[in-house]
Design a protein around this ligand. Structure first.
Ligand code: DSN
Length: 421
């Protein structure tokens, strides 16, 4: 056997499970704010033979022979990313967002240095200094939160905390924050206390590339992002930085925290960046935001409290405290009705993260399927019906049929062209 047989012939068990996952994605409404369906072109590059290649080092300076073609693809990925975000320096090798953030910290911080990030319960991320993550174990974390009234960033408060804890690094960019981020204001706080500024734009990278959310690239020393959220590429990450940090950053990624880069993923990143450089990208990202605004106001119309009163981006947080249902139960009930989303803490939540008082709802996946404002109103109605009738199997099954009918009108993946299935 040289090349072998198709996946379905070699391993019907794994092929069958993948087929089920395709059906799940096709037949259910995906509203997880951090997920996007990759295009066929991105999936094809992800599944290419570059997975075979070891290429420690960087393009044209590798520790292995035979890198002439992976060099070309890494060059393309870097050049496209630079153009997309107007960045001075780009590293496309990070395998994940957590590793990207780790590499940034290691490039300019020493263990024990102070980092200032957003409290997880207000929308931050584990790698922004949470005690359970390497970031809170190796570094000394301190936190800012959102304003209790507006549930939005409060730069008076952020400056006060920064002056008290004197961080060496300030982190902005969030996993569950529905409003624009004023990166210039963060730069001013960082300058006031002499800190580096890192913007983790994983959630909003696609919006930024389209110009529908302000960019931090001009203001932050480092910008990290995953490539698979609104950027709609393969699973992975990348880092942008000012030229002055380029050498330290590259060394922190390899050999600092990673070995061989995933060249098939880098090929797929290059494809995703090409897609993001097209004129269609802008209208697609604009539609994601229009859909989120419509869904948020339709849910509010059904009596759901929307944290901060609305959204400027691809997601909203829904406070279910007055609905007599926890985030955990809502996630389960909606899941049984074919609507996938996740429980989420709301600012100053009294519930633990595993229970949570809210849900996070995002529109990238349904927008990819070409759904628009009219469908968002239908989705709000489906969600509200399930939330209003906890444990009622009949409601869930009728919503599930309506979800399936809606999904059928907006098809996603065709099993015929998925490799090996
Ligand atoms: N797990 C991601 C999210 O869902 O927002 C963050 O890394």
């Amino acid at each position: 056997m040289v090349f072998g047989s198709r996946l379905g012939e070699v391993d019907s068990e794994v092929a069958g499970i993948i087929r089920k996952e395709v059906e799940r994605q096709n037949n259910q409404l995906q509203l997880i704010a951090s997920e996007s369906p990759a295009s066929r072109a991105v999936l094809e590059a992800s599944a290419c033979v570059m997975t075979n290649k070891y290429a420690e080092g960087y393009a044209h300076k590798r520790y292995y022979g035979g890198c002439e073609f992976v060099d070309l693809v890494e060059d393309l990925a870097v050049e496209r990313a630079k153009k997309l975000f107007k960045a001075e320096h780009v590293n496309v090798q990070p395998h994940s967002g957590s590793q990207a953030n780790m590499a940034v910290y290691f490039s300019v911080l020493k263990p024990g240095d102070t980092i200032l990030g957003m409290d997880l319960s207000c929308g931050g991320h584990l790698t922004h200094g949470h005690p359970a993550s390497f970031s809170g174990k190796l570094f000394k974390p301190c936190y800012y939160s959102v304003n209790r009234e507006s549930e939005q960033l409060d730069f008076g408060e952020i400056l006060k905390v920064a002056r008290e804890c004197k961080p060496k690094m300030i982190v902005c960019g969030y996993s569950a924050y529905p409003r624009f981020i004023d990166f210039k204001a963060f730069r001013e706080v960082a300058d006031d206390v002499g800190a580096f500024l890192m913007a983790d734009i994983a959630h909003i990278a696609g919006l930024i590339a389209a110009g529908v959310h302000p960019s931090p690239v001009e203001y932050a020393d480092f910008v990290t992002t995953t490539t698979h959220k609104t950027l709609r590429g393969p699973r992975g990450a990348m880092i942008m930085c000012k030229e002055e940090h380029a050498s330290a950053l590259d060394k922190a990624v390899f050999p600092g925290v990673q070995g061989g880069p995933f060249m098939h993923a880098i090929a797929a990143k290059a494809v995703a960046f090409k897609e993001a450089l097209t004129p269609e990208w802008k209208s697609y990202q604009q539609q994601i935001v229009k859909n989120a605004k419509t869904l948020a106001s339709a849910l509010a119309g059904k009596g759901c409290r929307i944290v901060s009163g609305g959204t400027d981006n691809h997601l909203m947080l829904v406070d279910l405290s007055s609905k007599n249902v926890t985030g955990k139960d809502a996630e389960t009930e909606l899941g049984e009705a074919g609507i996938t989303l996740n429980k989420n803490t709301i600012p100053f939540d009294k519930q633990k993260p595993f229970i949570a008082s809210g849900i996070r709802v995002g529109t990238p996946c349904v927008t990819f399927r070409n759904m628009k404002e009219g469908e968002m109103k239908v989705i709000a109605d489906l969600i509200a019906r399930v939330l209003a009738s906890k444990d009622d199997g009949r409601i869930k099954s009728s919503v599930k049929s309506e979800v399936k009918a809606l999904c059928d009108r907006f098809p996603l993946y065709d099993l015929k062209w998925l490799p090996g299935l």
